[in-house]
Design a protein around this ligand. Structure first.
Ligand code: CP
Length: 460
C-alpha cells in the first residue's frame, strides 16, 4: 500500500486494534481474515510488499515452537521484519522489569507486539500500555485466539462452513487455553460442542458460565438414558481407555447429531499448569488411535490437535487422511499473515468498529479481588490494579477485566442514589447497568459512602 494511503488509513484508526481475546473480532471480521488467509496461502511468497518496513516484536515468557515461528515466518513473508525475545527469562524481565514497562519500551521499537505469558490476562494488560497492536499468543490457561483462528480456518477449509458442525473436544479441557477460545468462537458460530474430558479436567466453571450467559448457549447434561442412546450411535464415549465419561452438550439439543461427528479436537495434558489438586496418571490419559476412530460416527471426522502432542494421538493416525493436525499447524502461517496484515491496517478485514466491551472499573476501592491467583492482577500486583466488568445482568455477575473469572461480591450499589442492596435483591433490576457498583460486602459499600437501601426504603 502506498505510504500516503497507509497514513490516511492509520489516521482514521484512532486507537490500535488488539487481538487479546477471540471476542475482539466479529464473525464477519473472522471470515474476512479466512478469505485473506486463503488468498495468501495460494502463494505465500507473493505478498512481500504488504508489510514492507514494518517490524513485529515477539515477546515469549513461555516456550513455543508453532506460534512464535509461524508469526515470524508470516511477518517475513509479508516483507516485514522481526525482533524477538524467544526466552524472556534472558531479558530484563529477569531484573524485575514489569510487563507494563516492557510493553511501553517495546512499543517504541516495533509496529506490533506478539506476547505469550504465563499469567492469565497478561495480554489485556499489555494492550492497556501499548500504542501499537498487541496480539495474544497465549496467556496462561485463559485464551489463545490466534490458535483458534487457525483451528476455525482449518474447519472452514475442510468442511466449507463452521455453522452447525459437530465438534468433539477431548482431553484436558480445564487448562487448555486453545479449548477455551475455540469454545467461545464455536458457540458464536452456532456449532455444536461435545465434551469428552479427562476425568477431573472438565471445562472450568467460568468458561461454562460465559458460554451460557454471554453467548446464550445452554449447557445440557445428557441424562443416563440419553447418554446410552448417544453412545450407541456415536461411539464418542469410547475415546477413553477406562470408563465412559459424562458427556456434556453445549448447543440447542434439537440440532444435535453426534451420530455424525465433523471433527475431534484432541488436547494434551497441560502438566505445566497443573495445580496441586490436579494429579494425573498419564498412563490413564485419553487416547485416540485407529481403534477408536473405527467408530461409524467418526468415519469422516477430521482429527485436530493444536500440538505439541504427547501420547494422546497414536502414531497410527499420522498417515490417516482424516488427521489434519500437521496441516493445521502449517495453516498457522497464512492465517497469521492475515492477522498481522489486518492489525497493521494493510487489509480492510477490520474495517468495522471493534467489538464493544462493557467498561472496566477499578476494583480496589470496592474491596473486590479476583479469585484467580494466576491472574496478572495478582502476579503483577505491584503494578496492576484489579478491574472488573459487568458480565451479566441476570443473573448478576461481575468478572475480572483481565482473566474473565467471576469476581465474588456481597453488595451492589447504584452510583446515582448511593444506595446499596444485597446481590439477590429484585430492586437491582431497576438500576441502569452503567450505574451498578459492586462491593465485596456491605462494610465496603458503607466505607465508600453508600447507605443500605433497606434502611431507606427506596429502590435506589
Ligand atoms: N499450538 C501452540 O500454541 O504451539 P506452541 O506452544 O508450539 O506455540
Amino acid at each position: 500500500m502506498p505510504a500516503a494511503a497507509r497514513a490516511t488509513l492509520l489516521s482514521r484508526m484512532p486507537a490500535p486494534r488488539h487481538l487479546v481475546s477471540i471476542d475482539d473480532l466479529s464473525l464477519a471480521e473472522m471470515e474476512a481474515i479466512f478469505e485473506t488467509a486463503k488468498r495468501y496461502s495460494e502463494d505465500t511468497r507473493a505478498w512481500a510488499d504488504v508489510a514492507r518496513g514494518s517490524i513485529a516484536a515477539t515477546l515469549f515468557y513461555e516456550p513455543s515452537t508453532r506460534t512464535r515461528l509461524s508469526f515470524e515466518s508470516a511477518m517475513l513473508r509479508l516483507g516485514g521484519g522481526v525482533i524477538t525475545a524467544a526466552d524472556m527469562s534472558r531479558s530484563s524481565a529477569s531484573k524485575g522489569e514489569s510487563l507494563a514497562d516492557t510493553i511501553r519500551v517495546v512499543s517504541g521499537y516495533a509496529d506490533a507486539i506478539i506476547l505469550r505469558h504465563q499469567s492469565e490476562g497478561a495480554a489485556r494488560l499489555a494492550a492497556e500500555y501499548a500504542d501499537i497492536p498487541v496480539i495474544n499468543a497465549g496467556d496462561g490457561s485463559h485464551e489463545h485466539p490466534t490458535q483458534t483462528l487457525c483451528d476455525l480456518y482449518s474447519l472452514w477449509i475442510e468442511r466449507g462452513r463452521i455453522e452447525g458442525l459437530d465438534v468433539v473436544f477431548a482431553g484436558d479441557l480445564r487448562y487448555s487455553r486453545t479449548i477455551h477460545s475455540f469454545a467461545y468462537a464455536l458457540a458464536r458460530f452456532r456449532a455444536n460442542i461435545v465434551c469428552v474430558p479427562q476425568p477431573g479436567f472438565e471445562l472450568p466453571a467460568y468458561v461454562v458460565q460465559r458460554l451460557r450467559e454471554e453467548f446464550g448457549v445452554e449447557p445440557v447434561r445428557a441424562e443416563a438414558g440419553r447418554l446410552g442412546e448417544l453412545a450407541s450411535k456415536s461411539d464418542v464415549l469410547y475415546l477413553t481407555p477406562q470408563k465412559p465419561h459424562q458427556l456434556s452438550l453445549f448447543t440447542d439439543p434439537k440440532g444435535l447429531s453426534v451420530d455424525h461427528v465433523d471433527a475431534v479436537y484432541m488436547t494434551r495434558p497441560q502438566t505445566e499448569r497443573f495445580k496441586q489438586e490436579a494429579q494425573l496418571d498419564e498412563t490413564q490419559y485419553l487416547q485416540l488411535g485407529q481403534r477408536q476412530m473405527a467408530a461409524e460416527s467418526l468415519r469422516d471426522a477430521v482429527v485436530m490437535h493444536p500440538l505439541p502432542r504427547r501420547e494422546e494421538i497414536n502414531a497410527d493416525m499420522d498417515g490417516d487422511p482424516r488427521s489434519i493436525y500437521f496441516k493445521q499447524a502449517a495453516r498457522g502461517v497464512p492465517i497469521r499473515m492475515a492477522i498481522l496484515a489486518s492489525l497493521l491496517g494493510e487489509t480492510d478485514c477490520l474495517k468495522g468498529e471493534p467489538v464493544a466491551q462493557s467498561p472496566a472499573w477499578d476494583a480496589q476501592r470496592e474491596g473486590l479481588v479476583c479469585p484467580n491467583e494466576n491472574c496478572i492482577s495478582h502476579t503483577e500486583a505491584r503494578h496492576v490494579s484489579s478491574k472488573y466488568r459487568l458480565a451479566s445482568r441476570l443473573p448478576l455477575r461481575a468478572t475480572c477485566a483481565y482473566c474473565s473469572q467471576a469476581i465474588p461480591f456481597g453488595a451492589v450499589g447504584c452510583s446515582t442514589s448511593r444506595l446499596y442492596h444485597l446481590p439477590d435483591s429484585r430492586d437491582l433490576r431497576k438500576i441502569r447497568p452503567d450505574h451498578l457498583v459492586f462491593f465485596r460486602d456491605a462494610a465496603h459499600a458503607e466505607a465508600t459512602g453508600y447507605q443500605a437501601a433497606a434502611n431507606v426504603g427506596s429502590a435506589g
